[in-house]
Design a protein around this ligand. Sequence first.
Ligand SMILES: [Zn+2]
Length: 166
Amino acid sequence: MEIRHFGARVFLYDPVTAAFLLVRHRRHGFWVEPGGHVDGNERPDGAAVREVREETGMEVQLIGASLPKFPSDCEDFLTQPLAIRNCPIAPGHVHMDFIYAGIPVGGSLNFSERKPEDVGWFPLEEIVRESFLAPANVRLWCRYCAQHVLLYLQSPLDRKNRDDGK
Ligand SMILES: [Zn+2]
């Protein structure tokens, strides 16, 4: 039988330096976005924030996909992921990954879980080059999430509506 786990992953973009925070994949050695399993009884958006903190020491504000705000007391929304990816990671083992974009809001690089050379900020212009050691989809996601973050930061009204929903 196939094992299915929920996962949460974050493309953390610093708009000031135009760089992403990436971690080195433990088995394959290339650079990927931080993330991991959603634990039992955990919200996926909570898992995303926790994984970034544990893997890198950084505090992240997730920036969800745009969602209309409905005026109702009884509706509470989790941060909307940009996608939910169905990803076979080994034979018989599938991850359903909630994919988020985010910006840094505090913390500092902390290597309790990883070696310093396995965590780093990389400029988008470096990531999108073929020579950068990352899967093609990571390059595409970084490009997309940078756009998403910049659009969000440029639309304060929209931002306010979504923040009110928290
Ligand atoms: Zn798993």
